[in-house]
Ligand binder design. Structure first.
Ligand SMILES: NC(=O)c1ccc[n+]([C@@H]2O[C@H](COP(=O)([O-])OP(=O)(O)OC[C@H]3O[C@@H](n4cnc5c(N)ncnc54)[C@H](OP(=O)(O)O)[C@@H]3O)[C@@H](O)[C@H]2O)c1
Length: 370
């Protein structure tokens, strides 16, 4: 951990603390080296109860002792005024107004909801890829007339999984031109209670509302750079200098946690790299958040399996506490250039862990007053 944070305790709040992502936040933050759980928010249904009474706990470890008796509040900024950072696992129907009210009250919000991902002033950050996009919050503060408050979002859980290997390959071999991705997404991605058991047992549902559009758009914002205007202001480049075409097909499968995705890509570079060069580039990939010492970043960002039948959700989703991604079956694609399989834990690096690493990076890079 960086010296400046040695012994520091930074108070944080969790909105949507009772939900699937919220529970993962509580589990991870209760053991964090410098973030300390300070305030919980959820809907009026939960407000006024202790956390243990309000929550329908579905984690495999018990509710952390320090969280059990904490009171759950309605999501109003006054109850979170002492928090340096607020994490949001709010349902999208509620997140829009609540997160804006928190930002306007000069709070720093790290959100999992979709509401602000397309906002041209809000960074959409997969921490293992584009933590450098944090710099746009200066413009966000300026436009909203704020000194401290801002919103940072992380990506849809299915986008997060495959942009990590794509980023490693663009770093090593230059732009990717075309990407086809077919997802096999876990049930927990839909929150609790999620998809009805009668719809998902013994079945595959070949449609997840809005998911394909999210993947196809979010990938461009995440993998694209940031351009600097003549007046010094920044904007998202959306991968427009070297256009990237993404086509996604999304399926819900009877797996509890862990999204698996089959990916085929074509590089701009001719001849393209070989499967072995691709494997080596993925193993060598070291994003910023690892170098600057974010404590929740995985030690190995991309684990590349050599076994022909891996990764598998049941075997690989908790590797490194769900913070990295697992890749396997890297091979030549007879239509594009290279194809592979990637697996990511949708509730960890696909949601809560991403927000936590984003917040760690913001603290370490000086974007949070502590
Ligand atoms: N699950 C995943 O893998 C995943 C991955 C990436 C992103 N996301 C996104 O993360 C967010 C949370 O997802 P989830 O799966 O955790 O959903 P969830 O299990 O349905 O939890 C939703 C949370 O929002 C709270 N809430 C609902 N309506 C509210 C209101 N009007 N005011 C205040 N709080 C309200 C709920 O509180 P009560 O318990 O009091 O109702 C609960 O704490 C969503 O935006 C989702 O799209 C989820």
């Amino acid at each position: 951990m960086s010296n400046q944070l040695e012994g520091k305790k930074i108070k944080v709040g969790v909105l949507g603390a009772t939900g699937t992502v919220g529970q993962r936040f509580i589990t991870l933050l209760s053991e964090h080296p410098f973030f300390v759980l300070h305030a919980f928010g959820a809907s009026a249904r939960s407000a006024g109860k202790t956390y243990a009474k309000a929550v329908n706990w579905k984690q495999t470890t018990p509710i952390p002792a320090g969280a059990r008796e904490m009171l759950v509040y309605e999501c109003t900024p006054d109850k979170f005024a002492d928090c340096a950072i607020v994490f949001s696992g709010l349902d999208a129907d509620a997140a829009g107004d609540i997160e804006a009210a928190f930002r306007d009250a000069e709070l720093v919000v790290f959100s999992n909801a979709k509401n602000y991902r397309r906002d041209p002033l809000v960074p959409l950050i997969v921490p293992l890829v584009n933590a450098s996009h944090l710099s746009i919050v200066h413009k966000q503060r300026l436009q909203h007339n704020l000194k401290k408050g801002y919103i940072v979002t992380n990506a849809n859980c299915s986008t997060t999984a495959f942009v990590v290997p794509l980023s490693a390959l663009e770093k090593a071999f230059g732009p990717i031109e075309t990407c086809m991705v077919t997802t096999m997404q876990a049930i927990s991605g839909a929150g609790y209670p999620g998809v009805a058991s009668l719809d998902i047992m013994d079945n595959i549902v070949p449609y997840i509302s809005g998911e394909e559009e999210k993947i196809e758009w979010e990938t461009l914002k995440i993998l694209g750079g940031i351009t600097e205007e003549d007046d010094g202001s920044q904007s998202f480049e959306m991968h427009s200098k070297t256009p990237l075409r993404v086509s996604a097909s999304c399926n819900r499968v009877p797996v509890i946690d862990g999204h698996t995705e089959c990916v085929s890509i074509r590089f701009h570079k001719r001849p393209p790299p070989s499967p072995q060069q691709v494997r080596e580039a993925m193993v060598a990939y070291t994003p910023d958040v690892q170098t600057i010492g974010c404590p929740s970043a995985p030690r190995q960002t991309i684990f590349v399996h050599e076994e022909p039948d891996r990764p598998q959700p049941r075997l690989d989703r908790y590797f490194q506490n769900g913070a990295g991604v697992s890749v396997g079956r890297v091979r030549q694609c007879p239509v594009l250039d290279i194809k592979f399989v990637v697996l990511a834990n949708n509730v960890s690096i696909g949601a809560a862990t991403s927000s936590i690493i984003n917040a760690e990076a913001a603290v370490l890079k000086g974007f949070v007053d502590i």
